[in-house]
Design a protein around this ligand. Structure first.
Ligand code: ATP
Ligand code: SF4
Ligand code: MG
Length: 388
């Protein structure tokens, strides 16, 4: 797909399956490629543009447990689902951090706690220096101007009884005084055209649109308040592959144009790669490896990342030929009763006794590497295209 194939203009609107193709990587690269960034010993980076700035968002030891109660012979037994169990990361302006991992590993819980839709059990998250978790209700409301979300299911997240124009303008009702009433119609038209829809689509209802178009409406709504950060929770998982590329291209273009930062959540490593500067691989509530897109896909060090990559489709014949699929045996352990030490040990072919005793820290074990939480982390060199 050429770089101008999805411009988000009215004259450029296409149906979902009209054109497929790969994501315009040059757009992402123009917004900054992680490999050129400075990195400190914890794997946190300066911004994608190379500036050693304060991060836009700093998450420190985020924990979210959901209490459980089970009735048995011995009475009620209390426990907890350890949905997020000590997650830390930085996000810089203009950067996209991909969060990837199997179902139930805590990706959406991180998103919901950062949005203050759920209260964290402990930890801190500093957005432009302010601790999100100590903000008052009124301040949280104001914060929603600056942090927006795009959801997986574009149909469920759009009110079927509202016209698209009302949906896109709704944030201005919740946050009055931002866009004067008389300007709203024109602003809605501009937003719809910017995401590749028609201004006249404002008068239609969500059910009249395809999945990809509905996701564009969701993106237009997220842009209405001109946020700094958009948390995209599986924004393309429900879409056809060809449409996924179009929506990801749109997000990348908007990022380059508006300087947006994204947390981009998906369970598919190939999808996350298309837009992320850095990728954090999660397993059972923890980040087990984090690094630049090139590092994670070409030099993974954690066995779990290596297994996930071995199962992902290789993009070229060399990768396909050299692929050695790592089949993980055993069930994904429960977040109610996670294994001691390394939570991956029950499925890890490299596990030794220390793995059940000591929780491996997320640290950079290689001079030129990136942090991973494995006692026996090893660089695996994959072909340049990765995903082998
Ligand atoms: N409100 C809740 N109450 C109890 N447990 C919850 C709640 N929300 C999530 N969980 C549990 O927390 C864990 C993490 O869930 P989460 O939705 O964050 O995972 P995820 O990585 O987003 O998964 P998926 O890829 O399926 O969306 C899961 O075990 C889930 O069942
Ligand atoms: S710490 Fe041990 S069990 Fe965990 S990933 Fe490394 S080798 Fe496997
Ligand atoms: Mg989720």
């Amino acid at each position: 797909m050429s770089s101008d194939s999805i411009r988000g203009r009215a004259d450029n609107r296409r149906t979902e399956n009209e054109r497929g193709g790969s994501v315009n990587r040059s757009v992402r690269e123009s917004a900054g490629n992680d490999s050129s960034n400075e990195r400190d010993e914890t794997g946190t980076h300066s911004g994608p543009l190379g500036e050693a700035a304060e991060p836009l968002l700093r998450v420190k030891d985020l924990v979210k447990y959901y209490p459980t109660e089970r009735k048995g012979f011995l009475g009620a037994q209390r426990g907890a689902i350890k949905a997020v169990d000590g997650v830390s990361f930085d996000l810089h302006r203009g950067e996209t951090l991909g969060l990837v991992g199997e179902t139930g590993c805590g990706k959406s819980t991180i998103a919901r706690t950062l949005m203050r839709l759920e209260e964290p059990t402990s930890g801190a998250a500093y957005f432009k220096g302010r601790d999100l978790f100590t903000l008052s209700k009124a301040s949280v409301q104001a914060l929603r101007r600056e942090i927006q979300m795009v959801f997986q299911d574009p149909f469920a997240s759009l009110n079927p009884r509202m016209e698209v124009g009302q949906i896109v303008a709704e944030p201005w009702v919740v946050h009055p005084g931002i866009v004067p009433k008389e300007e709203q119609r024109g602003r809605v038209s501009a937003l719809l055209e910017r995401v590749g829809l028609l201004a006249t689509d404002a008068n239609r209802y969500p059910h009249e649109f395809s999945g990809g178009q509905r996701q564009r409406i969701g993106i237009a709504r997220a842009l209405a308040l001109q946020p700094d950060l958009i948390i995209c929770d599986e924004p393309v998982s429900a879409l056809d592959v060809s449409v996924q590329a179009q929506v990801i291209n749109l997000l990348a273009e908007l990022q380059a144009e508006l300087g947006l930062s994204y947390i981009f959540i998906a369970h598919d490593l190939a999808v996350v790669r298309q837009i992320s500067n850095r990728v954090a691989v999660m397993h059972l509530g923890r980040i087990v490896e984090v690094g630049g897109e090139d590092e994670i896909y070409a030099r993974p060090t954690h066995p779990y990342t290596q297994a996930l990559l071995s199962a992902a489709p290789a993009p070229n014949p060399v990768g396909r030929k050299e692929r050695k699929r790592i089949v993980l045996e055993g069930e994904l352990p429960s977040p109610v009763n996670p294994p001691s030490g390394c939570t991956f040990r029950t499925r890890c072919w490299k596990a030794e006794s220390i793995c059940s005793q000591d929780r491996p820290q997320l640290i950079d074990r290689f001079d030129h590497g990136h942090p991973s939480a494995c006692h026996f982390a090893e660089l695996q060199i994959l072909p340049a295209a990765g995903m082998a």
